[in-house]
Ligand binder design. Structure first.
Ligand code: GTP
Ligand code: MG
Length: 180
């Protein structure tokens, strides 16, 4: 993408809130590819993304942010590389209520390591209001241990202002003019 069009990718495990977050901030009805969830996923929620989400955010002055969400399930990981092409930055959402969110973080950081190595990433931790542990500081610690520089914020994917803040932090780290 070029000019005034920018592409941001949301990724993370099942139920972290990727589809919800894109829906919270998109200026257009989100293109979703949710299907009824089966087996393990169904225990957590009814539907799951099988290909991608797409939303659009107009920043004004003709600047447009194209928002792409990946499926969380590993069996759809063939979409991950396709969806990152031409992207400027990555928003990694992690669900603090999952059994081992650090393992999730490690898994996604590894899966997107090529992208992260020359692009920016921010991390949003969801479901914290009911699951205060692990803390944001512990996430910082883990990232530092792996020599990864990325801001970590508590967010609720259902709250527009939370996702706007997360996106702003990412855009600001990419280009202070975009993050204004
Ligand atoms: N309590 C709580 N619920 C949240 C929070 N963030 C998101 N949710 C809910 O968690 C669920 C997330 O579902 P999705 O948005 O479908 O998750 P996803 O990451 O797109 O999942 P897949 O497409 O299956 O990979 C929704 O029911 C949201 O309303 C949060 O911070 N707290
Ligand atoms: Mg989804």
């Amino acid at each position: 993408m070029s000019g005034n069009n920018h592409k941001i990718i949301f990724t993370g495990p099942v139920g972290a809130g990727k589809t919800t977050a894109i829906s919270a901030i998109s200026d257009i009805p989100v293109l979703k590819t949710d299907e009824n969830a089966q087996d393990m996923t169904k225990k957590r929620k009814q539907t799951t993304t099988v290909a991608m989400d797409y939303g659009l955010l107009n920043l004004g002055d003709g600047e447009r942010i194209h928002l792409y969400g990946t499926p969380g399930q590993e069996r759809f990981d063939f979409m991950w590389e396709i969806l990152t092409q031409g992207g400027l930055g990555l928003i990694l959402l992690l669900d603090n209520s999952r059994p081992d969110p650090f393992k999730d973080m490690q898994f996604f950081v590894n899966s997107f390591s090529d992208f992260i190595s020359d692009k920016k990433m921010v991390v949003g931790i969801t479901h914290m209001e009911n699951n205060p542990a692990p803390t944001i500081e512990t996430y910082h610690h883990h990232l530092k241990k792996h020599d990864i520089k990325a801001p970590v914020l508590e967010v609720d994917a259902r709250k527009k202002e939370d996702i706007e803040t997360l996106l702003k932090v990412l855009l600001y780290s990419l280009d202070p003019w975009l993050g204004k």
